[in-house]
Write a protein that binds this ligand. Structure first.
Ligand code: F6P
Length: 358
């Protein structure tokens, strides 16, 4: 039975991290005798540097609805984990050493894809790891949903709702650039929930002509405004398959830095309709978790505590077909869950006349 539990949050923050920390802690105190929890500051960076503290049970109260993470978070790229850089620090050796120094029986790692890769690495190094899937991108393999995603969908939907009234009043095209560099879950869900006319996601490269056609079609049908939701990682058809560097230079030559900015210019120039770009950015990750995410985070936390209680390590918690389960870290690390262009949700969007820009 594990008694000394380390917890860290790594990668980009999101609503629901504190609710999950609370879930793990409260369930662990409830299910096991003599539990001690050690909070590691700033994710794997804190584990490398040995920045941690023993936490009191009272610290897990009053945080269910608080955004961000009380532990702090840092992006520590997986690709550099085994690299010895200028500071000469052996990061993996330090993490193993500090785990032992803290006398941990296990470590809970809350994070996204990068975090899961490092969690798997530490598991392979012999540490007892339990992962918890966090990200507004919803792109972790093996779980239907990650905590943080639905709150971001709610926020992005509100953005689209608000754009609707101003777009309709002015007869403009309003473009919302939503987060999601590789996966388009957030843009697709918010686009559907907000009734966007065009939804452009990284998995389905877009054609400028198809987007223009949608805008013209609406104008011809008497709708003077259009709403476009585009993921930050969207690619024009000719950009699909190009290297990141090539895409950057192509866009720089056109005087734009993103697909959304380019589309804004193109639509205004080609159609003559005033077009505005809105980038809610990190607003999508800020603030309180939604009720859905508080419940999901709590369920995930309780399931993680059960795994710890049963000594089941090297796993990450998941939700599949509405059932709590767990996946082996080695089976999911390094895989990304993309939106399949053939999925039901994409079919639903197309079936009601929404353009996917292709
Ligand atoms: O992974 C979550 C996410 O919000 C992505 O959607 C986005 O591309 C990225 O993080 C932004 O990262 P940062 O907060 O480091 O700017």
């Amino acid at each position: 039975m594990a008694k000394r539990i380390g917890i860290l949050t790594s990668g980009g923050d999101c609503p629901g991290l504190n609710a999950t920390i609370r879930g793990v802690a409260k369930a662990a105190y409830e299910q096991m005798e003599g539990v001690e929890i050690v909070g590691i500051a700033g994710g794997f960076s804190g584990l490398i540097k040995g920045e941690y503290r023993e936490m009191k049970p009272s610290e897990f109260s009053g945080i269910l609805n608080v955004g961000g993470t009380i532990l702090g978070t840092v992006r520590t790229p997986f690709k550099n984990m085994r690299k010895i850089e200028d500071d000469k620090i052996d990061k993996v050796a330090n993490m193993v050493h500090n785990y032992e120094k803290m006398k941990l029986d296990c470590l809970c790692t809350l994070g996204g894809n990068g975090t899961h890769k490092t969690a798997n690495l530490l598991s392979e190094e012999g540490l007892n790891i339990v992962g918890l899937p966090k990200t507004i991108d919803n792109d972790i393999w093996g779980t239907d949903v990650t905590f943080g995603f639905h709150t971001a969908v709610d926020i992005a939907t509100d953005v689209i709702d608000r754009l609707h009234t101003t777009a309709a009043s002015h007869g403009r095209v309003m473009i919302a650039e939503l987060m999601g560099n590789k996966a388009g879950w957030l843009t697709l869900y918010a686009g559907l929930a907000g009734g966007a006319d065009v939804v452009i996601i990284p998995e389905i490269p877009y054609s400028q002509d198809a987007v223009l056609e949608s805008v013209y079609k609406r104008a011809e049908g008497g709708k003077a405004f259009s709403i476009i939701a585009i993921a930050e990682g969207a690619l024009r058809k000719d950009e699909a398959g190009m290297k990141k560097k090539e895409i950057r230079s192509l866009r720089a030559a056109e005087g734009v830095s993103s697909a959304a900015e380019r589309l804004t210019k193109t639509i205004e120039t080609e159609t003559g309709i005033e077009t505005r770009l809105v980038v809610p950015g990190h607003m999508q990750r800020g603030g309180s978790p939604s009720a859905y995410d508080r419940i999901l985070a709590t369920k995930f936390g309780v399931h993680a505590a059960q795994l710890i209680n049963h000594g089941k390590f090297g796993y990450t918690v998941a939700l599949q077909s509405n059932k709590l389960t767990e996946n082996k870290l080695k089976d999911i690390a390094g895989k990304t869950k993309y939106v399949s262009p053939a999925s039901d949700i994409v079919k639903v969007a197309r079936s009601m006349g929404m353009s996917l820009g292709d």
